[in-house]
Each structure stands twice: as structure tokens, then as C-alpha cells.
Design a binder for this molecule. Structure first.
Ligand code: FO1
Length: 314
């Protein structure tokens, strides 16, 4: 066991929970959280960055416990005002949450780098661990359905993930460069943790940047993914539905197979222990443990087990 630098790759609510656990165990100089920005979009003239905010609010102990996204103790007066004008209300922006989007949008318009903006928002909420956007450049997840191509949030929120998915693209990822701090963190990482985020919607956009994928693949650090699928279901969100539609096996094995090239180890839930041999047959070390995080203590317990499995002392 060594004191070490840890990188966590995270997307939405599941990813934020494990990131929270890791942040309770590791000081800010030893943990960097790299977040998917493929879900970002412009709405009502504002730059919305859902996964960044979900991780930031979770680490600040400000997340809405019912939804996992947005802020707790929220009010909805602005949204009601937008509704009175007949404006779009399918994407629910709370009054307090709007403050984040207003400032982020303003700072980006003034020319501040995205990662400076993220750091400033975090600092002002008392979050000391670095939460880095995966890139300064736009990468946008696009969902191809039988009928049309949908920007991610229209598919996810407006259409409640109902259309059948034929393919998913990450527009801009081919040419986007990961930020300098992202590259430095991954290069100096002694462990890379893939949080239990949707592999196709949250982890894939990060890996879709060829240079970052190469650096992660080349890293000799333990690279450990935690399954977001338990007993054939996603703990939250549409991962199981989309995996089925794309012909993937909806199990930890399906996730492990998808990420195989960039992993050295995989964590699956007790409820899936029958899949352990299939995971080791893929050439991965496997840890079977409780992965369902129902409390803050549960997040910390899982984070500690994952760090132990990666050979990193907390
Ligand atoms: N998800 C929803 O299902 N409905 C919403 O109205 C919604 C609003 C929203 C506002 C701000 C924010 O940061 C996130 C929000 N989300 C909403 C969550 C978000 O769109 C998705 O969970 C992620 O993009 C998937 O990880």
C-alpha cells in the first residue's frame, strides 16, 4: 500500500456518489475527478453542464437527494415564469441552480477557460477536490434513433429515453484535446477508478478522445471499474435499456467487455457473483462486494474497498 495519486472518471449520479466516497478518504492533492462534458448543452441562452454540477453539488453536500441532480431545498419560480410565457419547461432549472448556470455562462462568455470556471464554482461552494471537465473543447453526445438524431438532453430528459437507440456518437471527440491538467493527472495517477457511471453515456465520451484513451490505455496503474449494472438493471438511468438496444449483454460482464481495453480490474456486486469467473476470463482481476450506495457511509465503504483493491492506501 502506498500513498498515491488517484484519478476518478465520473458522469452522473452513480459516479458522483463514489466520487463523494473517495473525496472523504483522500485529500484534494491526491484525488482528481475527471467529468464527462458530453451532456453539456445550451438552454435558454445558458451553458448547462449537468455532470459537472452533479459531481460538484454532491461533493458540496448540496445535491437534491430525491433526484441526484440539481440542488436540495430548491424553488422553481423562474421555471414557473418561463411557463407563463409558454417557454420551454421540459428541462427543469431550479432558481438556485440557475445561479450556477448564469455565472458559468457569463465567465465562459468573458473568455475564462472552462476548467478555471469549474474550479471557481467549486471553490465558492467549498469543494476543494479538483473536478476537471474532460476537455476545454466541446464534445456533444448525439443519440441516433430509428427516426432521428437527438441531442443528448432531448433524448434523455425531453423524450425520457423512450426512443430506441441505434447508435451513439460523441461529436467533436475525434479532435478535442483533454485539458493539460487532465493529462497531467492521468499520467501521474497511481490508480484510475471508473466510477459506476453509464458506460455508453458518461464514460464513453471521455474515452472517445483518442489521445486520452491512449494515455489511459498505456497507464500501468491499476485501472478499476465499478459496475453500474446490478442484477441486469442500472442502479439509475437508462444504461440497461440502451445496452439491450445496442445488443450488449446487460450484466457486469457486458460492461467489463465494453471497457476491457482500458481496465485491469472490475468491481461487481454480491448479487452478480456468478459473473465473477466471466470477468476473470476477460483477463481482469475481480472484486465482489456490495456496490449499492444507499447512504454516505455506504459511499465511503465502497470507496475504501475500491482503493484497497487498487492497492492504494486511503
Ligand atoms: N434530468 C431530468 O431527468 N430532468 C430534468 O429536468 C433535469 C434538469 C437538470 C437541470 C440541471 C442539471 O444539472 C441536471 C438536470 N437533469 C435533469 C439531469 C441531467 O440532465 C442528466 O441526469 C444527466 O445529463 C445524465 O447524467
Amino acid at each position: 500500500m502506498t500513498a498515491a495519486n488517484v484519478v476518478a472518471l465520473a458522469g452522473g449520479v452513480g459516479g458522483a456518489k463514489l466520487a463523494y466516497g473517495l473525496a472523504q478518504l483522500l485529500p484534494p492533492e491526491r484525488l482528481t475527478i475527471i467529468v464527462n462534458t458530453g451532456d453539456d448543452f445550451e438552454h435558454l441562452g445558458l451553458h448547462i453542464s449537468p455532470d459537472m454540477d452533479t459531481v460538484m453539488y454532491t461533493l458540496a453536500n448540496l445535491a437534491n437527494p430525491a433526484t441526484g441532480w440539481g440542488l436540495k431545498d430548491e424553488s422553481w419560480n423562474v421555471l414557473a415564469g418561463v411557463a407563463r410565457y409558454g417557454g420551454p419547461t421540459w428541462f427543469q432549472l431550479g432558481d438556485r441552480d440557475l445561479a450556477t448556470h448564469l455565472l458559468r455562462s457569463q465567465w465562459l462568455r468573458e473568455g475564462y477557460p472552462y476548467n478555471w470556471v469549474a474550479r471557481e464554482l467549486c471553490r465558492r461552494l467549498g469543494v476543494r477536490h479538483p473536478i476537471l471537465p474532460m476537455s476545454e473543447e466541446p464534445v456533444r453526445t448525439v443519440v441516433e434513433t430509428a427516426r432521428e438524431e437527438l441531442p443528448f438532453q432531448e433524448y434523455f430528459v425531453k423524450l425520457r429515453c423512450e426512443p430506441v437507440v441505434k447508435a451513439i456518437r460523441y461529436d467533436g471527440a475525434d479532435t478535442a484535446q483533454p485539458g493539460r491538467e487532465v493529462i497531467a493527472a492521468v499520467r501521474s495517477a497511481d490508480a484510475i477508478i471508473f466510477c459506476p457511471s453509464n458506460p455508453l453515456l458518461s464514460i464513453a465520451p471521455i474515452l472517445a478522445m483518442p489521445s486520452l484513451r491512449r494515455i489511459i490505455a498505456a497507464s500501468r496503474a491499476p485501472k478499476i471499474a465499478v459496475s453500474p449494472i446490478v442484477k441486469g438493471e442500472a442502479l439509475k438511468g437508462p444504461a440497461a435499456k440502451i445496452m439491450t438496444e445496442l445488443g450488449m449483454e446487460v450484466s457486469p460482464v457486458g460492461v467489463a467487455r465494453y471497457l476491457r481495453e482500458v481496465l485491469s480490474g472490475f468491481v461487481l456486486d454480491h448479487l452478480d457473483e456468478t459473473h465473477q469467473d466471466a470477468i476473470t476470463d476477460l483477463g481482469l482481476r475481480a472484486l465482489v462486494t456490495g456496490t449499492i450506495m444507499t447512504s454516505n457511509e455506504g459511499r465511503v465503504t465502497l470507496a475504501r474497498e475500491v482503493l484497497d483493491f487498487a492497492g492504494v492506501s486511503a
